[in-house]
Design a protein around this ligand. Structure first.
Ligand code: G1P
Length: 309
């Protein structure tokens, strides 16, 4: 049986209770080609790859919902129809499960569905980079702070990763990004922080560089795929300046916002799996399976069998 929506909103307060604006909308850039997972991703979006029995994108959507997100904006591309179908009613399937009396399975497929009218899809058209994907959501986001979640980054944590950012945003009313230390030799895979003062889990962002070489990296503190951004980001993205890899980089546009409003990295608690990488994806499957009552024992047995080989 699939794991149920594990997280519920921890606090749901009225807007009037907040000094800062509530984060209501989340953008999910899902237009990437997923070339690292070919041939699996030839006809299937990489975001639909399952960790145990739930697609990566569903984990991200559930995390967002648990953090109070009400509107889900997907920036898609070609061959991504399966994502739209996944978050929609499947009459035939529901009918069949009902006939068979598979109540638990029926609940699993129904629990996937965000409320009607709360999901929007827009096409990126050309794959011009993460910054371009976020820019495509401009009209749907409007003039309010919003979250961005990259489904490749999967978290296992007591408090959902995005919730940790929402709480940080409530304290600062600025831009906040999830950060973690990475090995120095991996800085060229990430957006890297130039670190200012640190207080508790909050790190002041003095600068940001996308994918610097280990020699040039200002630190080894990297951005992990969760962001809360102010809407001014769209003005910088709209200039469509290209950066690392010839792409329109979200990191570059964020760097240009530093100094205007507070900008912090949040050292998030929990374990992060890089599911854009085969080993990271494999490890995520292992870690999530070991948490399942119906699987843990079997997985441990398999691990023991293979331990010597
Ligand atoms: C993207 C961002 C990068 C960030 C990373 C986190 O890179 O551009 O700044 O550190 O996600 O996973 P990508 O993985 O798309 O190359």
């Amino acid at each position: 049986m699939a794991e149920k929506w594990p997280w519920r909103p921890i606090v749901v307060l009225e807007e009037s209770n907040f000094m800062t604006k509530r984060i209501r909308k989340a953008v999910f850039p899902v237009g990437g080609l997923g070339t690292r997972f070919l041939p699996a991703t030839k006809a299937m979006p990489k975001e639909m790859l399952p960790v145990v029995d739930k697609p990566l994108i569903q984990y991200a959507v559930e995390e967002a919902a648990a953090a109070g997100i009400e509107e889900f904006i997907f920036v898609t591309g070609r061959a991504k129809q399966a994502i739209e179908d996944h978050f929609d009613v499947s009459f035939e399937l529901e009918h069949m499960l009902k006939e068979r009396g598979s109540d638990a399975r029926l609940k699993d497929v129904r629990d996937v569905l965000p409320a009607s009218g709360r999901v929007a899809y827009t096409r990126q058209g050309e794959a011009l980079g993460l910054g371009h994907a976020v820019l495509c959501a401009r009209e749907l986001v409007g003039d309010e702070p919003f979250a961005v979640l990259l489904a490749d980054d999967l978290f296992l944590s007591e408090k959902p990763c995005l919730q940790q950012l929402v709480e940080a945003h409530d304290r600062t009313d600025g831009n906040v990004v999830a950060v973690m230390d990475v090995p120095r030799e991996q800085t060229d895979r990430y957006g890297i922080l130039d670190v200012g003062t640190e207080e508790g889990d909050m790190v002041e962002v003095k600068g940001l560089v996308e994918k610097p070489s280990p020699e040039e990296a200002p630190s080894n503190l990297s951005i992990i795929g969760r962001y809360i951004l102010r809407p001014e980001i769209f003005e910088f993205l709209a200039e469509r300046r290209t950066g690392a890899g010839g792409e329109i980089q979200l990191t570059d546009a964020m760097a240009r916002m530093i100094g205007d409003k507070p900008f912090h990295g949040v050292r998030v608690q929990g374990r992060r799996f890089d599911c854009g990488d085969k080993l990271g994806f494999f490890e995520a499957n292992l870690a999530f399976a070991l948490r399942r009552d119906d699987m843990a024992e079997g997985v441990r047995r398999i691990l023991k069998d293979y331990a010597g080989s």
